[in-house]
Design a protein around this ligand. Structure first.
Ligand code: NAP
Length: 260
């Protein structure tokens, strides 16, 4: 086992999509990595790749972060292993397509636990040691879904509004502390997201989408530069800004059509 090193980065949802790319970029910058998700084989394969490509240490922590108490248990493992986390990337998340009245409550509850509760808990747990060291980076992955309500994916959009609101407030609270909390808002991006959200057949998922790599690079650049929020892509930035100017009824009709 590699020797313990300081200044680890922890990436949730590192078994596919944008999370894999966060891990690859951080490893290329020399960060030892804690990789978290449910699919152990994917995490172990990635860990091997990064150890041999960059000579970094890795820890694989398998966790279903949608389970009640999972974030607390994960943090206990991090603490017991003596890993000091310098960068926390709260990336794990999923969506669920369909009308709320027909949704499966268990799945919705898991989404709330993962997208909101686990992200908030890990942020809370990592802060004391970052504040004591006057240094640290937190990147919370929201979405362009954060900027408007989403009829057809009502709960997912609302979870991402939470992530944006929470993280922007935190960014402000942390001013002058040496700790940065940044929100990344990707638009539709190549990954397993659409399949996981039962949207694989939809036109949005079939368009030529930006790569996970591009989105992860933007997020990490913004985080290390101390930015509050970053939205990927010019069209997404225009849409996000226009949501503030267009009447809410019109925003709802357009979003509903896009998600149908
Ligand atoms: N792709 C897009 O179009 C898009 C747009 C805006 C925002 N986002 C956001 O970007 C983030 C990353 O998503 P992605 O696009 O890379 O999708 P993805 O390829 O489906 O990746 C999702 C990651 O989250 C992990 N995850 C899901 N459920 C989990 C659970 N219960 N416990 C622990 N980990 C769990 C998955 O790992 P396991 O399945 O192995 O657990 C996987 O590593 C998400 O927060 C998503 O909402 C994506």
């Amino acid at each position: 086992m590699p020797p313990l090193q300081k200044s680890w980065a922890l990436v949730t949802g590192a078994s596919s999509g944008i999370g894999v790319e966060f891990a690859r970029i951080l490893a290329s910058q020399g960060y030892p990595l804690v990789l978290v998700a449910r699919r152990e084989e994917n995490l172990r394969t990635l860990a091997k790749e990064l150890e041999s490509a960059h000579g970094i240490a890795t820890r694989v922590l398998v966790s279903d972060l949608s389970a009640i108490g999972a974030a607390e248990a994960l943090w206990e493992q991090v603490r017991e292993a003596g890993l000091e986390i310098d960068a926390l990337i709260n990336n794990a998340g999923f969506g669920d397509h369909g009308h709320f009245s027909q949704s499966d409550w268990e799945r919705t509850h898991q989404m709330l636990q993962l997208n909101i509760v686990a992200l908030t808990a890990l942020t809370r747990f990592v802060l004391p040691s970052m504040l004591a060291r006057k240094q640290g980076y937190i990147l919370n992955v929201a979405s362009t879904a954060a900027f408007q309500p989403g009829p057809g994916m009502a709960v997912y959009f609302a979870t991402k509004s939470y992530v944006l609101s929470f993280t922007e407030a935190l960014w402000s609270e942390l001013q002058g502390s040496g700790v940065i909390a940044t929100t990344l808002c990707p638009g539709p991006t190549q990954s397993e997201f659409f399949a996981a959200a039962n949207m694989g057949g939809r036109s949005m998922a079939k368009r030529k989408l930006p790569s996970s790599r591009e989105v992860a690079e933007l997020g990490l650049r913004a985080m290390f530069a101390g930015k509050r929020t970053v939205v990927h892509g010019l069209a997404n930035r225009i849409l996000a800004a226009s949501n503030r100017l267009v009447p809410r009824g019109a925003v709802l009709s357009v979003t509903r059509k896009m998600l149908e």
